[in-house]
Ligand binder design. Structure first.
Ligand SMILES: Nc1nc2c(ncn2[C@@H]2O[C@H](COP(=O)(O)OP(=O)(O)O)[C@@H](O)[C@H]2O)c(=O)[nH]1
Ligand SMILES: [Mg+2]
Length: 263
């Protein structure tokens, strides 16, 4: 991957024929809908297909990120209603073999300590045992990264060799300089820990890094693979440029944008 590129403002000049690639994953993600909630690993939906999990401490910006990513104001908010907060929430694409998972975070001590421990255990079980899990998106507030919860999640992901993509959220809260400094500091930590990862700045509010995140999600959920192909009404099929249509369904072509840093 290419070196650090400032996250904003966007000035991405691409060839015309690449435009559908840029937008296809975000269009596809609009299909996301609530599938089910599971209070424990044993009650998760069948462990088939592809799943990508979002984790972060409460207030890290997880709901906002999922809502921005799927262009739905309320999708992840629904999981905020009492009783659902401590559950694993599943959202499916049109094809239910492609799922996003909202993992419970911890924080505001509305939950007793013993309960938190039980939850921690379930989370660990999910991360270590779930076969359809293809990666972990770890969200951290750019102003307070690498808290205990984050390090625990990273350790579990590492134990399993799970793909890790880090979002430094609320990037709009910092100017470009400090934001990039934070990005490099976290990157350095992850390298020191010998994790295999990619990392990016993100802001749901300002839509910073949304396309980059969508590309990662699309890749992890095997978007566009023939095996999972179903009619997708949101996908552009009429293009004046023949190569554009090809590119829109070819995941190889939808390579990760250059604003993502990898190890
Ligand atoms: N400035 C800013 N605030 C954000 C952003 N994303 C989330 N927030 C705010 O951070 C708080 C927590 O967000 P939420 O998505 O509910 O976090 P969650 O607990 O991780 O699901 C809310 O007040 C959001 O409005 C962002 O990109 N920029
Ligand atoms: Mg939330």
């Amino acid at each position: 991957m290419s070196p650090v590129t400032p996250p904003y403002p966007y000035a991405r000049s691409t060839q015309v024929s690449l435009a559908p690639v840029k937008h296809a994953p975000l269009n596809w993600l609009r299909q996301a809908h609530f599938l089910t909630s599971a209070p424990k690993l044993a009650l998760c939906p069948p462990d088939t297909g592809y799943e990508l999990a979002f984790a972060g401490r409460s207030n890290a910006g997880k709901s906002s990120a999922i809502n921005a990513l799927t262009a739905q104001r309320q999708l992840a908010r629904a999981s905020k209603t009492p009783g659902r907060t401590q559950m694993i929430n599943f959202f499916a694409m049109h094809n239910e073999q492609q799922r996003l998972v909202d993992l419970p975070g911890y924080g505001y001590a509305a939950v007793p300590e013993a309960m938190k421990r039980i939850w921690q255990k379930e989370l660990e079980k999910y991360l270590l045992a779930r076969q359809s899990l293809t990666g972990l998106i770890l969200l951290m507030d750019i102003r307070h990264p690498l808290q205990t919860f984050d390090k625990t999640m990273l350790a579990w992901a590492k134990a399993r060799g799970l793909f890790i993509h880090v979002l430094l959220t609320k990037a709009d809260k910092l100017n470009r300089g400090p934001a990039n400094t934070a990005l490099l500091q976290v990157k350095q930590y992850l390298e020191t820990e010998q994790l295999s990862f990619s990392i990016q700045l993100f802001s749901a509010l300002r839509r910073i890094g949304l396309e980059e995140l969508a590309a990662v999600v699309a890749e992890r959920l095997h978007y566009g693979s023939a095996e999972l192909d179903e009619p997708d009404l949101t996908r552009q099929t009429t293009s004046a440029h023949p190569s554009a249509d090809l590119a829109a369904v070819d995941p190889e072509e939808a390579a990760l944008p250059d604003k993502i840093l990898t190890k």
